[in-house]
Design a protein. Structure first.
Lengths: 293, 297
């Protein structure tokens, strides 16, 4: 079982749309599990036609600190505000208060005031395992509003996808990661076998791709590029191709700009089913990935 | 002494990536700076692009550092408590051996240092990011950039916010460009803002993610307005229905245009009637209304 992770750095360049179509072409020949690891703003389920998210399982990967009445006796209470690396503790009239939106649950404050502070597990996400109408499973997650710990939620989703994959003897796990290069992306990339970097020919697209690929390099994982909307700015597409050559990364495919991408999104239909002439292109991208893997 | 201005802090956010947050944040700042003093904070520290979009050169002014443990192996008795209290699993401890830290995973919380019974843990600094600035006329940009490989983006966001605090009093508007999503770095960027503007696109994905950000800003008690970008591409009704449910208001619609796309690709701030409209709307807002309602941090 091999894991293919899709990332981009920049948001909105087409990660989820690409992941949906790639999963469908892969599933024609192989057993796959798709995993939506963008837990802040999960969209892969929507694109795979899952309208109602049923049988959600609430999970907890995080703690938060709570202050109780014994805090008045803690001799260290005035140090709490300085110790908190996340600026979550303020002291008002000698009594500490915790801003729950900033607390990361590291527990440093509890070590200073073991009696006056409790660390409680918080249910910070919902996890969904479901079959899709395209014949493969999807594992998806949703961070609860205002909660933290997205990297650890990604790890839970990956673990679940792996378990399903082992059970059904899957050939591939396809991971749709989040925008950015932070904890979610790092958790997505870790232990992947191949990374598809998707980008668009704009200054931000290339800049963010560069940053995202430096994370991939850190883990020494092979990667390939897909240039989306490549015909919107051909000069910049050339720049991306030069960058790929310098880095010795192969271009897996180039997707033209097409208004039907937006129409497919609005209709919540994966692109290759909405505009069937793209099936060849996606098959080619798939073959290119498999030839490197 | 400079008189403290009654600055207004406006966050540009939206949940979904690529809806035009940075394009609108830069265009709006550029427009407002024609008459007022504007400070733009690029708090998308994973992928900061405001300088690229504006086509300006920035200068590095500061490293962002975070604490990581420094073990004094002469004092260490290999008890393993430091590893046990570390919730990020950043300290590796194998029985009989000295503990060591995986720097990228450390969030600098100091729990290990507090827990160590032998006082064997000191502090050293690791660089987790950089702060850049650029200034011209009435406009200043401060951007945070996280070092790739670091996981905790919100540490860099908080450091940039702290750095910019000293300058904010000199400005009429502080515009904050947030990252995509709804997690810690976005929450850190939103806290302390007077209002937020959610940028979305008329697709089910745009609607879904805008719904999440509206829930988040409701929890944070930050009044949030909405801008529909690429308003002529997709199905606007999706957003309009959501807006009605969430009792907010669409303050502008920006149609997709080749002209905007071209400026964007070329690294020039976008000038468009819809941006002027947003600027007018902001100039009309009465700050005191929000200040009284907002969450105190």
């Amino acid at each position: 079982m091999k894991t293919i992770t899709i990332l981009s750095g920049k948001g909105g360049v087409g990660k989820s749309s690409f992941a949906a179509s790639l999963s469908i072409v892969l599933a024609e020949k192989y057993k796959i599990v798709a995993a939506d690891c963008d837990v802040d703003a999960p969209n892969l389920g929507l694109l795979l036609g899952i309208k109602k998210f049923k049988n959600l399982k609430r999970i907890s990967t995080n703690y938060k600190a709570f202050i109780n009445e014994k805090i008045v006796k803690c001799k260290n209470k005035n140090k709490l505000s300085d110790i908190c690396a996340f600026h979550a503790i303020t002291i008002e009239e000698g009594i500490p208060a915790i801003n729950k939106f900033l607390c990361e649950g590291c527990g440093a404050c509890k070590l200073l005031c073991p009696e006056g502070i409790e660390l409680r597990k918080v249910k910070n996400a919902k996890i969904l395992e479901t079959s899709t109408k395209y014949g493969f499973y999807l594992v998806s997650g949703q961070l609860e509003i205002g909660e933290s710990g997205s990297g650890k939620i990604v790890e839970v989703i990956k673990e679940k996808a792996k378990r399903i994959g082992e059970k059904i003897k899957a050939d591939f796990i396809v991971i749709d990661s989040s925008a950015g290069i932070g904890c979610q992306v790092i958790a997505s990339v870790r232990e992947s076998d191949f990374v598809v970097g998707i980008t668009e020919p704009t200054p931000s697209g290339l800049n963010d791709l560069r940053r995202a690929l430096s994370v991939v390099e850190h883990f020494k994982i092979p990667s390939g590029l897909v240039i989306n909307k490549f015909d919107m700015n051909k000069t910049f597409t050339k720049k991306i191709e030069r960058f790929a050559k310098e880095k010795n990364i192969s271009i897996l495919g180039k997707i033209p700009y097409d208004i039907r991408f937006v129409e497919a999104l609005v209709n919540l239909t994966p692109l290759i089913l909405y505009a069937k002439e793209y099936q060849n292109l996606f098959n080619k991208i798939k073959d290119n990935i498999l030839s490197i893997l | 002494m400079v008189e403290e201005r009654n600055k207004m802090k406006i966050a540009i956010t939206g949940g979904k990536g690529g809806t035009g947050k940075s394009t609108i944040a830069t265009a709006l700042s550029y427009k407002l700076a024609k008459t007022k003093k504007v400070l733009l904070l690029d708090l998308d520290v994973d992928c900061p692009n405001d300088d690229l979009i504006l086509g300006i050169k920035t200068e590095k002014v500061k490293d962002v550092e975070s604490m990581i443990p420094k073990f004094d192996y002469k004092k260490c008795v290999k008890c393993g408590l430091c590893s046990k209290v570390c919730r990020e699993h950043a300290i590796v401890f194998v029985k009989g051996n000295f503990p060591f830290v995986i720097p990228e995973q450390c969030i600098g919380c100091k729990a290990c240092k507090i827990a160590c019974p032998r006082n064997a843990i000191g502090e050293r600094k690791q660089k987790i990011g950089e702060i850049f600035t650029s200034s011209e006329g009435k406009f200043t940009l401060i951007s945070g950039k996280m070092r790739p490989g670091i996981e905790e983006s919100s540490l860099v966001v908080n450091a940039v916010k702290k750095f910019s605090e000293q300058y904010e009093k000199n400005y009429d508007y502080v515009i904050i460009d947030t990252a995509a999503g709804t997690h810690c770095p976005v929450i850190s960027a939103l806290l302390g803002c007077d209002i937020a503007i959610g940028i979305t696109e008329p697709t089910p994905l745009g609607e879904h993610d805008l719904g999440l950000i509206l829930k988040l800003t409701k929890n944070l008690k930050i009044q949030t307005y909405v801008i529909i970008n690429k308003s002529n591409m997709g199905n606007k009704k999706l957003i309009e229905n959501l807006i009605r449910k969430c009792r907010t208001e669409i303050i502008a619609e920006i149609p997709y245009s080749k002209e905007i796309e071209k400026n964007y690709s070329a690294g020039k701030p976008v000038e468009h009637e819809s941006i002027n409209q947003i600027a007018r709307k902001i100039e009309q807002l009465n700050l005191s209304v929000f200040r009284n309602k907002n969450f105190k941090v």
